[in-house]
Design a protein around this ligand. Structure first.
Ligand SMILES: [Fe+2]
Length: 409
């Protein structure tokens, strides 16, 4: 077959096609080749309910999860490790993080050309990350299958390099991420430090033995009594995210930003709203646009794409509600860096609004007193159904609500 010949247009003809179909990206082709089901949507009640198929490349059974707004940015999947079995040894040139949903086991990690293995144990709600391009193997020693939920930066790397051998068979060791001290590498840390950019709480640890019940310090940025940490793990630069918790009977201020965040419930139960900011506005129900608001209920193992839009630059309001009698804890699990999100377009050195800043103060959060009355009404109804008490302090519904300074915990 001869290669097509380019024909230069003549006169005022335009070169090329006026409309054309977007081709599959290298990541999308890779995902298809894997032969697994690919779930797509805004969220799900519990990822454990997804059908899983045999996964020849890594062993076990799995399903890809591609929440709206994450395509070509974050790879997510659930994988089942057979009882008294293991997944195949793996190595990949992208960052990856796991939440254990069910089971107990160990993960072994080692450098290229080295037989010295480091290892750690995991249990339900352990969170660990494997250092980029290290060798690792996930082993299930128990008599029941284990279920792990993973998020990675494979789409970004596969699309950039378009070479399977570069991604999966690359000899480079990141000494700065996975260096000499293998003995202490997986020792969980508990010492909080201020995040170097935002000043909020950061925890540098490569392993959370139980991220569903570990200590989270008071943060108050998303709502009264809100608790939060930024987990800095294995030197990751693209997989950021956060672990956050709402007290029982309380909910987040609505706030808007672009797509990327995926909240995975780890404890309690709740629901989230999400709607397009420009089309839906600040009070969608009041303005007859309630049909634009999407709602997702989720329990531990479930998730929501906070701003499920594929449109670059489009921001969506979203709002999270704790309905359980216990606190509602979520892990923002997908790819997020400290530089991205609502402030990605700012210049270096420019002052930008932190997450706690409200609309009217240069921020993106809608004060409670400005929210649609339906929000509180429906929340109250849901709490009544659950037998959970409404615990929002009345003062937050006043114009001064954002500035009242007392311990909300
Ligand atoms: Fe958000």
């Amino acid at each position: 077959m001869t290669a097509p010949k380019y024909v230069e247009p003549s006169g005022d003809q335009k070169a090329g096609y006026l409309h054309y179909r977007r081709p599959a990206s290298p990541w999308e082709l890779f995902q298809k080749e894997e032969g697994l089901p690919v779930w797509k949507g805004i969220g799900m009640r519990d990822s454990r309910d997804l059908p899983r198929a045999d996964w020849p490349r890594i062993g076990g059974k799995g399903s890809y999860i591609q929440p709206f707004g994450t395509n070509n940015v974050t790879g997510m999947y659930i994988v089942e490790v057979p009882a008294r079995g293991a997944l195949k040894p793996q190595k990949h040139f992208y960052e990856e993080r796991y939440i254990v949903l069910e089971g107990r086991g160990t993960t072994e990690v080692w450098k290229n050309d080295s037989s010295a293995k480091s290892s750690f144990e995991w249990q339900p709600w352990s969170v660990f990350s494997v250092p980029i391009n290290s060798n690792f193997q996930i082993i299930n020693a128990a008599s029941a299958p284990a279920l792990l939920l993973a998020a990675n930066t494979a789409p970004v790397m596969i699309n950039a390099f378009q070479s399977k051998s570069f991604i999966f068979d690359n000899p480079y060791d990141f000494e700065d991420r996975f260096g000499g001290n293998l003995e202490d590498y997986w020792k969980p840390a508990e010492e909080l430090e201020p995040h170097p950019i935002q000043g909020r709480a950061q925890l540098a640890t490569n392993l959370f033995p139980d991220a569903a019940s570990c200590y989270l310090p008071l943060d108050n940025n998303r709502g009264p009594g809100y608790r939060w940490i930024y987990p800095q793990m294995v030197g990751n630069t693209l997989l950021g995210g956060f672990i956050a918790e709402y007290p029982s009977g309380r909910y987040a201020k609505a706030h808007h930003h672009g797509s990327g965040a995926v909240l995975v419930c780890m404890r309690g139960a709740g629901y989230s709203y999400t709607w397009p900011k420009d089309k839906g506005g600040q009070t969608p129900w009041q303005d007859g646009k309630g049909d634009l608001v999407m709602q997702q209920d989720y329990i531990p193992g479930g998730m929501i794409s906070a701003a499920p839009t594929p449109v670059p630059g489009e921001t969506w309001f979203h709002q999270h509600f704790a309905v359980s009698k216990s606190p509602f804890r979520v892990f923002n699990f997908a790819r997020l860096t400290p530089y991205a999100g609502a402030n990605a377009g700012a210049s270096q050195g420019e002052m930008v609004a932190g997450v706690g800043a409200e609309i009217g103060d240069g921020g993106h959060a809608l004060p409670y007193h400005m929210e649609d009355p339906y929000v509180r009404k429906y929340y109250q109804q849901r709490l009544d159904e659950e037998g959970t008490e409404f615990a929002m302090p009345e003062e937050v519904y006043t114009p001064d609500g954002a500035n009242i300074n007392f311990d909300y915990s």
